[in-house]
Design a protein around this ligand. Structure first.
Ligand code: HEM
Length: 480
C-alpha cells in the first residue's frame, strides 16, 4: 500500500496526529501526496475514492466495525446500534429504530416539528435577552442546548426531556464539560490507561472536573430513561418517543428480533447513544453554518429573501416542508456539510476473511480501512470550488453534476450504517437557521478567528476554541 515508510512500521505518526487533534488533516495530506489509497499506520489503510467507499461500506460488503467502537459501549457490555461491531447483529438491531427516524415518519409527525419549533422560539428569546446586555453571543453554547433539548424530547418524550435553553441548569454544566472532554477523546482512545491515571489524579487534586463529563451524561440519561420507562403507557397513542417506540415493539417479536435486544439495558444504551450522536454533531454543524453566514453576509441576505417569500405560520416561521424546499438555504447547508463534516474520520471497518482488492491493492483480512471524508469532500473532479464556502456551486449546476456532487457528499457516512439521524439533523438545523435569519443579521465578532474555529479531529470534530462569538443585530434596528 502506498504511503510514508514510517507509517508501515510504526503507529507514531498517526498517534501524533491524534494527540494534536489533526488526524483528518494529516490523512488528507498523505492522500494528496500518495494517491487514493494510503497506509496510515501498520495494518491501517485510508481510501479517498467513492468506488472504494462503496466497496467497504455498502450492505453487500458486510464488513464489521473495528474495535474503535468499543469506546462507545453504553453501559458495560451493552452495545447500541452505533457501537455494535458485527455486521449481522447490527443489521437486526438497526431494524428497531430505522423507521422511527426515517424522513417519511419524522416529517409527518406534527409532534416532532412542534417540539423543534418551540425550541427555536426559546433560542430566539435567549438571543433577544442577551443581545440587550452583551455585544456578542456564544453561538456554540445555544446550538448545543438546542440540539440536546431536541433529541432528549424525541428520545425520552416531552415529560422527561431537558429544557436547557430556558435557563442555567445541571444539563448546561454537563454539556459545557462534554465539550472540554472532547479534546481529550483521542488521547483517551490511544492511551486508555494513562487517561484513567490522569482522571484519578485530577479527582484527588480536585481539578479536571470535565474529564468525568461522559460519566455524568451517562448517569443523567440512565436516570431519565428509567423514569420514562416507568411512566410510559405503551397503549397511549400520543406519547410518541423513541422509548415508547421501542417498548411498544417489546414482546411482539416483530421481524424475528431476539428478545435480548429489547431488554431495558439495551434501551438505556440506545437512549444514551442517540443523545450522544445527536447533540454534538447538530450543534457543531449549526455553529459552523452561523459562522460561515456571519462571514459572508450576502448569503444570509439571500436566505432571508428566499424565506420572506414563504407563507408563515402563527409562530412566525414557515412550515418545515416549505423551508426544506428553499434552494439557497439548502445550498448553504450542503457547503457546511462539505467543509465541516461533524465526524472524527474514524468510520473504521475490518477487511473480512480472505482479504479484498480495494483501489487495485490487495488488503489482507483484518486490515482496518476507512474513508477520508475530507479527501472525498475536496475531490476536484466533483467540486469546482474546494477550499472556500461556495454555496453557488450547488445552485449554478446541471442536474447531472449536482448528482455527482451529492454522491461525493458523505458527512452522514455511507451504506449499511448511514446515519439514522440525517433527516432529523437537517430538520433541526434548517428550522434554527430560518428562525435566526428571519429575525437577525449576524456578524463575526473579533473574538472569533480562523484559528479558534479550526476544526479538530475529535469524535464530533468540534471547533478548537470551543466557542463562537457572534454579533446579533435585530432586523428592525439593523435596517435590513
Ligand atoms: C449533522 C449531524 C450528524 C452527523 C454529521 C452525523 C454523522 C454520522 C455518521 C458519519 C455516522 C456513521 C458512522 C459510521 O459509519 O461508523 C452516523 C451514525 C449514526 N448516527 Fe449520526 N450524525 C448526525 C446526527 C445524528 C442525529 C441527529 C441522530 C439522532 C438520533 C444520529 C444518530 C445516529 C445513529 C443512531 C447512528 C448509527 C447508525 C448505524 O450504525 O446503523 N445522528 N452519524
Amino acid at each position: 500500500v502506498p504511503g510514508p515508510l514510517l507509517n508501515k512500521i510504526s503507529s507514531v505518526p498517526l498517534a501524533v496526529g491524534d494527540i494534536f487533534l489533526r488526524r483528518n488533516e494529516k490523512i488528507f495530506k498523505w492522500h494528496q501526496k500518495y494517491g487514493s489509497i494510503v497506509c496510515i499506520s501498520p495494518n491501517e489503510v485510508s481510501v479517498a475514492s467513492i468506488d472504494a467507499t462503496r466497496k467497504i461500506y455498502s450492505t453487500n460488503s458486510r464488513y464489521d466495525k473495528s474495535n474503535y467502537f468499543d469506546n462507545f459501549k453504553g453501559y458495560g457490555a451493552n452495545h447500541s446500534i452505533f457501537a455494535t461491531k458485527l455486521f449481522e447483529e447490527h443489521k437486526k438491531k438497526r431494524k428497531l429504530t430505522f423507521s422511527f427516524y426515517q424522513a417519511s415518519t419524522l416529517y409527518t409527525k406534527t409532534f416532532i416539528e412542534e417540539g423543534i419549533r418551540l425550541n427555536v422560539r426559546s433560542v430566539l428569546e435567549h438571543i433577544s435577552i442577551l443581545s440587550q446586555n452583551t455585544s456578542t453571543i456564544d453561538v456554540y453554547s445555544f446550538t448545543d442546548w438546542y440540539a440536546f433539548d431536541n433529541i432528549t424530547r424525541i428520545v425520552l418524550g416531552p415529560v422527561h426531556c431537558s429544557h436547557s435553553i430556558k435557563g442555567d441548569s445541571e444539563e448546561r454544566r454537563i454539556l459545557r464539560n462534554l465539550k472540554h472532554c472532547q479534546l481529550w477523546g483521542p488521547f483517551r482512545v490511544r492511551f486508555p490507561w494513562a487517561f484513567q491515571v490522569m482522571t484519578f489524579l485530577c479527582k484527588y487534586a480536585n481539578i479536571g472536573g470535565h474529564l468525568k463529563a461522559e460519566l455524568e451524561l451517562a448517569k443523567w440519561c440512565r436516570d431519565r430513561a428509567l423514569k420514562a420507562l416507568r411512566d410510559i403507557k405503551v397503549d397511549q397513542a400520543n406519547s410518541y418517543s423513541l422509548i415508547h417506540n421501542l417498548l411498544s415493539r417489546k414482546g411482539r417479536h416483530k421481524q424475528g428480533l431476539d428478545n435480548f435486544s429489547l431488554a431495558p439495558d439495551f434501551i438505556e444504551a440506545e437512549v444514551l447513544d442517540n443523545i450522544n450522536a445527536a447533540e454534538a454533531t447538530v450543534s457543531v454543524t449549526a455553529t459552523y453554518a452561523i459562522y460561515y453566514l456571519s462571514r459572508e453576509i450576502k448569503w444570509q441576505t439571500r436566505i432571508r429573501n428566499e424565506l420572506l417569500q414563504l407563507p408563515r405560520e402563527l409562530d412566525g416561521l414557515p412550515t418545515f416542508a416549505n423551508i426544506n424546499k428553499a434552494p439557497v438555504l439548502d445550498a448553504c447547508l450542503m457547503e457546511v456539510y462539505r467543509l465541516k463534516p461533524a465526524v472524527s474520520g474514524r468510520a473504521e471497518r475490518v477487511i473480512p476473511d480472505g482479504g479484498r482488492l480495494i483501489s487495485g491493492v490487495y488488503l489482507p483480512e483484518k486490515t482496518i480501512v476507512s474513508t477520508s471524508v475530507t479527501a472525498i469532500h475536496h475531490n476536484k473532479n466533483s467540486f469546482t470550488i474546494l477550499e472556500e464556502f461556495a454555496p453557488q456551486q450547488w445552485l449554478d449546476v446541471t442536474s447531472h453534476h449536482r448528482s455527482t456532487m451529492e454522491t461525493h457528499l458523505i458527512p452522514f457516512g455511507y451504506g449499511a450504517r448511514l446515519c439514522l439521524g440525517k433527516p432529523l439533523a437537517t430538520m433541526e438545523i434548517k428550522l434554527l437557521l430560518a428562525g435566526i435569519y428571519l429575525h437577525y443579521e449576524t456578524r463575526l465578532s473579533k473574538l472569533t478567528t480562523e484559528e479558534s474555529m479550526k476544526q479538530t479531529s475529535t469524535h464530533d470534530a468540534v471547533p478548537r476554541g470551543l466557542n463562537c462569538e457572534i454579533q446579533f443585530c435585530g432586523l428592525s434596528s439593523c435596517n435590513v
